[in-house]
Design a protein around this ligand. Structure first.
Ligand SMILES: NC(=O)c1ccc[n+]([C@@H]2O[C@H](COP(=O)([O-])OP(=O)(O)OC[C@H]3O[C@@H](n4cnc5c(N)ncnc54)[C@H](OP(=O)(O)O)[C@@H]3O)[C@@H](O)[C@H]2O)c1
Length: 286
C-alpha cells in the first residue's frame, strides 16, 4: 500500500485530497496543525479508507522532523507528498505588516521547501516518489493587493522547476498544481486590519477583497482539485505544471500568448482596477 503524506488537511483541498487518496486505496497520513480542534467527521465515514491524522506545522522545523521521522519509522517510505497547506492574506505591498508578510512566505514558500527537503532523502533512497505542491494560477501574474501571495506561489514554482530536474535521475517526480478560484472557504481569513482601513490603499483593498470573495464564492467544486492531484500521481509521465479550473486555464493561456501590452491590459481587466488607475474613488465613479 502506497503512503501519501498531505499537509493542511483540517479543511478545504487538504481534507478532500485525503479522502480522495484514501478511497482509492492509499494509506493517507493527513497532517494538520492542531488535530485536537479539527472537525474530522468526514474521515470516519464508512468507505473513507485508511486515514491517519498526525500533527504538522509546516513553519516549524521541529514539527517537520518529528512528523517525517515518525511516518518513516512506521511505514518505511513516503511515496507521495502533497504540499497543500497555505495561507492567503491580501494587502497592498506598502501596507502589509511584517507578521503577515512573514506568515505568507514562511508557509507557502519555506514550509513547502523545508518539508520537501525533509522527505527527499527517503524518496531518493527508495528510487521513487512524487512531490506535488498546490500553487495557484496567481503564480503567473502580480494580482493587485495580492502581490505577496502571488510571489510566494511563483517562488516555489520556480524553485521546484529546478528541483524537478535535480531529482529526476533518482526516480522522484515533482509537479505543481495551479487552481483558479474554488469554494474551500479560504476567504474566511481575508480581513482588513485597522491600519489598512486608514491607509491610502483602503478603497482599493476593500474593492479587491470584495472581488476575491466573490470569485471564491462563485468558484469551482474543490473536489475537482483533489481528483486532479490523484490523476497526476497515477498518470504516466506527469508534466510539471497543471492548471485546474476552466477560468484559470483561460487566464493561463491568455497570459502565455500575451505580449507586454496585452499582459498589462489583461491584468487591469482581470483585477477590475481601471478606476484606481484613473485616480477615481471607486469603480462606480469611473
Ligand atoms: N481555494 C482556492 O480558490 C485556492 C486557489 C488557488 C490555490 N489555493 C491553495 O490551496 C491550498 C489549500 O487552500 P484551501 O483553499 O483548501 O484553503 P483552506 O481551507 O484555508 O486550507 C488551508 C489549509 O492550510 C493549513 N495551514 C495553514 N498554515 C499552516 C501551517 N503553518 N502548517 C500546516 N498547515 C497550515 C490550514 O490549517 P489550519 O486549520 O491549521 O489553519 C488549512 O487546513 C493553499 O495552498 C492555497 O494557497 C487555493
Amino acid at each position: 500500500m502506497k503512503t501519501v503524506l498531505i499537509t493542511g488537511c483540517s479543511s478545504g483541498f487538504g481534507a478532500l485530497t485525503a479522502l480522495e487518496f484514501a478511497r482509492a486505496g492509499y494509506r493517507v497520513v493527513a497532517t494538520m496543525r492542531d488535530p485536537a480542534t479539527a472537525d474530522l467527521g468526514a474521515f470516519d465515514q464508512p468507505g473513507s479508507g485508511t486515514i491517519e491524522v498526525r500533527a504538522l506545522d509546516v513553519t516549524d522545523k521541529g514539527s517537520i522532523a518529528a512528523c517525517v521521522a515518525s511516518v518513516l519509522a512506521d511505514y518505511g517510505t513516503i511515496d507521495v507528498l502533497v504540499n497543500n497547506a497555505g495561507v492567503h492574506l491580501l494587502g497592498a505591498i506598502e501596507d502589509m505588516n511584517e507578521r503577515d508578510l512573514q506568515t505568507v512566505m514562511q508557509t507557502n514558500f519555506f514550509g513547502v521547501l523545508d518539508l520537501s527537503r525533509a522527505v527527499l532523502p527517503a524518496m531518493r533512497r527508495a528510487g521513487s516518489g512524487h512531490i506535488l505542491t498546490v500553487s495557484s494560477v496567481g503564480s503567473r501574474v502580480g494580482r493587485v493587493t495580492d502581490g505577496i501571495y502571488c510571489a510566494s506561489k511563483a517562488a516555489i514554482e520556480i524553485a521546484f522547476e529546478a528541483l524537478r530536474y535535480e531529482v529526476a535521475r533518482f526516480g522522484v517526480n515533482v509537479s505543481v498544481v495551479c487552481p483558479g478560484a474554488f469554494r474551500t472557504g479560504i476567504d474566511r481569513n481575508f480581513a482588513l486590519s485597522d491600519a489598512q482601513e486608514r491607509s491610502p490603499y483602503a478603497a482599493l483593498l476593500r474593492y479587491r477583497l470584495g472581488r476575491v470573495r466573490e470569485a471564491c464564492r462563485d468558484g469551482g467544486d474543490p473536489a475537482e482539485v483533489a481528483a486532479a492531484l490523484r490523476r497526476i500521481v497515477e498518470g504516466p509521465s506527469p508534466a510539471f505544471r497543471h492548471v485546474v479550473g476552466a477560468k484559470a486555464m483561460e487566464l493561463d493561456q491568455a497570459l502565455s500568448a500575451a505580449d507586454a501590452t496585452a499582459r498589462a491590459d489583461l491584468l487591469t481587466r482581470f483585477s477590475g482596477i481601471d478606476w484606481w488607475l484613473a485616480g477615481a474613488n471607486g469603480p462606480e465613479a469611473c
